[in-house]
Design a protein. Sequence first.
Lengths: 245, 209
Amino acid sequence: MTTAPRPPVLRLRELTRVHGTGAATVHALRGIDLTVDAGEFVAVMGPSGSGKSTLLTLAGGLDTASSGEVLVEGVSLGELKRPALAKVRRTSIGYVFQDYNLVPALTAAENIALPRELDGVRSRAARREALAALEEIGLAEVADRFPDEMSGGQQQRVAIARALIGERRLLLADEPTGALDSETGESVLVLLRKRCDQGAATVMVTHEPRYAAWADRVVFLRDGTVVDETTAGTADSLLVGGGER
Amino acid sequence: MSIRYGLLALLDHGPRYGSQLRTEFEARTGATWPLNIGQVYTTLGRLERDGLIAPEPGGDAKQQLYAITETGRRELVEWYERPVDRTQPARDELAIKLAMAISTPGVDIRTVIQNQRRHSLAALQDYTRLKSRALSGGPDNSDDIAWLLVLEQLIFAAEAETRWLDHCEARLVRLAHALAERPPSAPAPPPDDADTPDRAGRAARQEIS
């Protein structure tokens, strides 16, 4: 017996987003095609106004496309009624923002457990999952700290753990290192990379080439279209020579 | 020059054979700048000629053992104390290419920039993969840490180049827009004034449009 291949975690088909009408029309995205498979880490770069954040909000079902299609694990978001869309957003997609967006009145463990409780998991079981997630990212000691008792890097790593708790396999990150210093930003990328290596699919918007370089693919947007794409694998002398240590 | 001082620095740790120096140099730098044994012996010959190293008795019969001299040690200390000269930059092929592309009819400078950015970013991805691997191994000796420092130098340099290319592209776009809005009656620059920004701008507008 053969099993059907799993659909890509994220697929954008001919995605277009137009704001305004008449002379004030702005084409934020113009026919974007993008496929992200499980385990894949894609960075999106481009100048301001190129459509990076619009792409992310459409991919996450937080905005509606003017035309085209967003498929998350084979489900077309445009065909879902509002409650079903809300469920996909809650159970299949994790979001990470530049300013962490942790709930200030909840501890790290409670923040991570919250989406699971919203999924219907009993609070004791959700806390167990949250503590395991914190253990995995090496932050067990902050479990009972509130966001303002943690460093920026710790808060962002907690936000990533929260974004991927449960069955969520798609992580959408908008400038996740924007507020962090170089070394702390790198610790966030190490974690994102690890989560992808464990099977999550990630799309990260960034303007930092050094952070984009942690991705498997880097997509360049300009004026709402994909103008270029890179994959790792050109520094052959380093990779196949003595650099392979 | 860096090979000369690199070998001298290794010899400061004690006498070594040429083949040993080659292995140790590559271990410190992750073979980023591979050395052939001919280069090693040529450099050792010059260091000996300049009195910075001397043959050391007691080596095996097939290879010559070398040791650093007091003069060599003083020279090495001076090298560590002296900043690497950046006031006489080496010729940079990419800067030369862009400088030429700006005024060459038929060359699309945005394509030149984009092609280079793709290449530089892909190299940055590769360096980052190597760094990720180096970090996951937990660098715990001086060779591993040295390799990490070299990798990070490559990462920062590639990133700087990518940012510079972004800046070039943005500047050319701004320049082209500004020139497109200029009234057509603006006086033309004198024909022999080839380096004026105006001329470059016109070329940019031509290439970008």
